[in-house]
Ligand binder design. Sequence first.
Ligand SMILES: NC(=O)c1ccc[n+]([C@@H]2O[C@H](COP(=O)([O-])OP(=O)(O)OC[C@H]3O[C@@H](n4cnc5c(N)ncnc54)[C@H](O)[C@@H]3O)[C@@H](O)[C@H]2O)c1
Length: 682
Amino acid sequence: MTETIHFETEGSIAVIVIDNPPVNTGSWSVRKGLLDAVEKFAQDETLTAAVIIGKDKNFISGSDLKEFGKPITPPELPQVIKAIEECPKPVIAAISGATLGGGYELALGCDARLAAANTLVGLPEVTLGMLPGAGGTQRLPRLIGLGPSIEVICSGKRLKAAEAFKLGMVEAIAEGDLRPFAIEYAKTAVKNPLSKKMVAAELAEELDGIIKKALKAGKNRPQVKEAIRLIQATATVDFETALAEEREVFQKLRVGEEAFALRHLFFAETSAKKAINLKETPVKAINNVVIVGAGTMGTGIAVAALRAGFKVAVYDQSKSVLVQCKSKIDDIYEKDVAAGRIKPSDQLIQLEQLELSDHDSVFENADLIIEAIFENLTVKQNLIKQIESVASPNTLIASNTSYIDLDEIAEVSIRPENIVGIHFFNPANIMRLVEVIHGNNTSQEVIASAFAFVQKLGKLPILCKNSFGFIGNRIYAAYRYQCELMLEEGALPHEIDQAIEGFGFNMGPFAVGDLSGLDIAWNMRKANASKRDPKARYVDIPDQLCEAQRFGRKTGAGYYSYANGKPEIDPIVTDIILKASATKGIERKNFTPEQIVERVLLTMANEAALLLAEGVTLRMNDIDLVMINGFGFPKWEGGPAYWASKQDLNYLYKQQEILEHNTGIGFNKGDLSIFHKLAKTA
Ligand SMILES: NC(=O)c1ccc[n+]([C@@H]2O[C@H](COP(=O)([O-])OP(=O)(O)OC[C@H]3O[C@@H](n4cnc5c(N)ncnc54)[C@H](O)[C@@H]3O)[C@@H](O)[C@H]2O)c1
């Protein structure tokens, strides 16, 4: 037996306890210990049944991903499951907490699955570029059928105990403590492994619909296709053959580029959560949150805060905007209730915590005030003064500004240590990413409090230092600029959008521009015109579109025309672009999709290198998390910093020189070697 497995007995029942802190991953020691324990149980004639149970919260939270980049040391999980299945006496899985991936596959090899009320089951392997490789694709359909298995495995979703019970993924939910419940159950249990017979084929039409949906949601990734194929094989191929094939596919995917990239992101998130040690850093208690500005962002932030159980007041200067905001919040709740995302009782409780007001008195008892008002320095500074004249000296004041200098906003503050940036992304009730911005004077306690608050919202806080556009918008601006340069040099909007979408982004930059409105960036360009280096290349194509009142979808035309609701190539835009090239004497050339994508990736990496050198962020992995969670960078590519760390450095330097030459004056060269250096120490 290994140190992570304890073998206990209660009468004639063996209790095999998994104890692998902190989260009970299914690492080598757990596999080896379980195998030994099952053998010991099988040989002991005084024992009639066994219960496998986790020591603390979790059963097995999943396989140990750190083992997945190299050959796995035996015994591998399928061998442990085989031993359980072939054990002549019943083995009961008493599952609690996270019972995911290999953890749930182990439970599938047992004779019954009993869940605690806190159990979360799921097979999330596809979200990590793999598929269940220890029988999950073969055993789950034999338990719950083909269609539901495709839904569970291809989404990688986690199901609460009640949902899992409804689907048949667990046989019972314990009333009270799991251990005594499972022991009682084991006393009368009989050997009952899952049948190895082929599964009855389901109605083709119904299954087709489920498959189409799964492929779409899974972005047609290879692991999703393979999972579907193997699940379907349960109706046509014998168990042992399909099981061996599943393992073979799993082993190949496990060491594939996509799985490495997705594991990189998994570890990046784990480490981002620890960017501030909240156990050791003091934080202010936050209960009452006031949001100033009841527009697009304020409404979304209010819903996010209500969802997390905060008392929320939304303040706006306009009464009619407040009325609209309330009705938008109600709508969001109604839709979530209708879709089963929230219980009607929680809807009532949470909405009771909401107040809408145009009185300064709401600032008096606020622990945290988040401003989401117009993007204008003076307006924001005046608000800070207005708030500070009423609020307590302990109140945190956060700005949701996208581009305004946080330190300039804080200049008028009498307590600049209380001012912090909390930059949400639109729609704020849905997007997980939030940049938490440290101004020159922000105190450590305030930063930690903002970070903890964002975590309480269930979101992903990424720390960064105050700087233009922070991490995400700064990289995005550089990327969009290079795409505009490519328009002048020979590409057309749809060619660039198609190349970027082909790489895996949901939308290309021009489709995004049309969706969010070209006038926003136009106003900013006009406001910042005096700060621009007159010698730098300036693309006036978007200005020309805006001058023609082509602001994007909302005006029916932008980079595309939307006469029929769908984007269509517009000869007027092509004409504007061709003339722009001709006016500057640029000879247009063709771009292949690969050239477009490479220029974009290089641009992002170059800007990321500058951000790291400037100390805007100290963590290269955070850059990947921002671009993936905020800007639709395809996660299976790992992010721009990860991409750069995988390229040959000399090749990158050569391409960077070409980029510098094409961009001309104003190009800031980042040190691209930083990614290789940081990747080694990560
Ligand atoms: N819209 C986005 O995609 C997005 C994303 C991230 C950050 N932001 C930032 O969030 C902020 C708000 O953006 P938005 O899109 O929600 O704007 P919006 O125009 O939809 O809403 C702004 C609201 O602020 C109110 N307001 C203005 N001045 C006020 C004052 N002095 N006191 C009280 N209320 C006031 C207005 O009445 C309006 O309802 C901006 O700083 C913007 O840069 C926007």
